[in-house]
Design a binder for this molecule. Sequence first.
Ligand code: SF4
Length: 494
Amino acid sequence: MTILLSTLNARYTHASLGLRYLLANMGELQAQTKIHEFVIGTRAVDIVERVLEHQPRIVGFGVYIWNVEETVKVVALLKRVAPNVTIVLGGPEVSYETEGQEIVRLADYTVTGWGDVTFPQLCRNILHGPKPLMKIHAGVQPPLEDIALPYALYSDEDIAHRTLYVEASRGCPFKCEFCLSSLDKTAWPFDLDRFLGELETLHARGARLFKFVDRTFNLNVKTSLKIMQFFLDKLAAHPDDPVYAHFEVVPDHLPDALKDSIKQFPPGTLQFEIGIQSFNPDVQALVSRKQNNDKAADNIRWLHEHSHAHLHVDLIAGLPGEDIASFARGFDRLVELGPHEIQFGILKRLRGTPIIRHTEAYGLVFDPHPPYAILSTDRITFAEMQELVRFARYWDLVANSGRFAHTLPLILGATPFARFMRLSQWLFARTDATHRIALEKLAALVAQWLAEEGMDAEAAAAVVRSDYAGQANLKKAPVQKQALPQRQARHMAA
Ligand code: SF4
């Protein structure tokens, strides 16, 4: 074995699509190339030991915002114990602003942007000459039909135990300045029949959990309809062994044809990730995000009322021009629309994104360390931002977890942001922690807070208990075969 492709995934269940693309496109080098994935949290020294067991001549690492801090340690160690092994980096974290990056300095080569063609070519040159002179290689972007698809490289183990990432298109035509995809300026579709053929094979091999990484799945409605029909056909043919499909969609574009298709999906088979980010038109204009807010709100409400889709909606705190009152209004508006989950993200300065043009005018201060989260703006102080960070964490534990389904409306009342912020501050004052709070303790604290807020203590304890009992029953219920993940199952059962 000559070439090892590696990365540190955020979880074992995440199978790296990027590495499989590289392997699929290695050409004559494919037979001597292997993948070995790790999970963040593994000791660097252990990773290096496992990497060297393959006796590689070249190691390619996929570098992302979530693994760069650990990967830099791995690269540094590897260079010390095996200086003859050539290290090539790729991935979004090393595709922009490479100068000054420690990991780029330590590695031999870096491929920026698309690696499908450039990485194999670089390997050929490393192995057979002429020796590449440049350290940084700008990835060539070939026509999509020239790229070998990677899906056959998902192993039976991947299919049985991991989320399968798939993509029907790359890129995004929108220009939201906080997002790396804004640099694409357009979206490129893969040949649909070829792609659906791959999905067919994966399904025949037993795959049931499909996560589309397309940035805007509903861009081309004709294509979206065909893909959804593929899943509807599978659901009709195998009602006792259903699929679960996850798509990222833009919220203000749901024509009737798409709605008709969405309505046909039974519970527990469809998930939409919907980016709202901000409901404030001034903020949207500042970050070049085009969004019809009323249409977006109507569509989320429609999805909530007329479909069984699990709805996960994203908001971002800390955008330029947004203060806490404006964020709170957007949050309350979103809660009222009834999505199952609100992902409350904190703005991050992703390398290469144009958001930095607002740094001075809006006083944006970012953490210099990954994931480069915003620390303060001219409208949100550092202390307030920390409160928002804790809010986001408790929101995940209490609301997004689905463990307090009947208690949540009592917590939120008519002013969800203000009340949840009060709970969040109260919880932090009592626990001094946002992690490792046992569920039982959290439940007791939530009941106590409701009582302190004026609710009858017995009634508060009873509703929290009923959420508990509901979950116990859910666990005991005979499990019908389903592909949907546990948290989504709790939301759907609520
Ligand atoms: S936030 Fe979404 S719509 Fe905007 S550029 Fe990124 S992927 Fe495209």
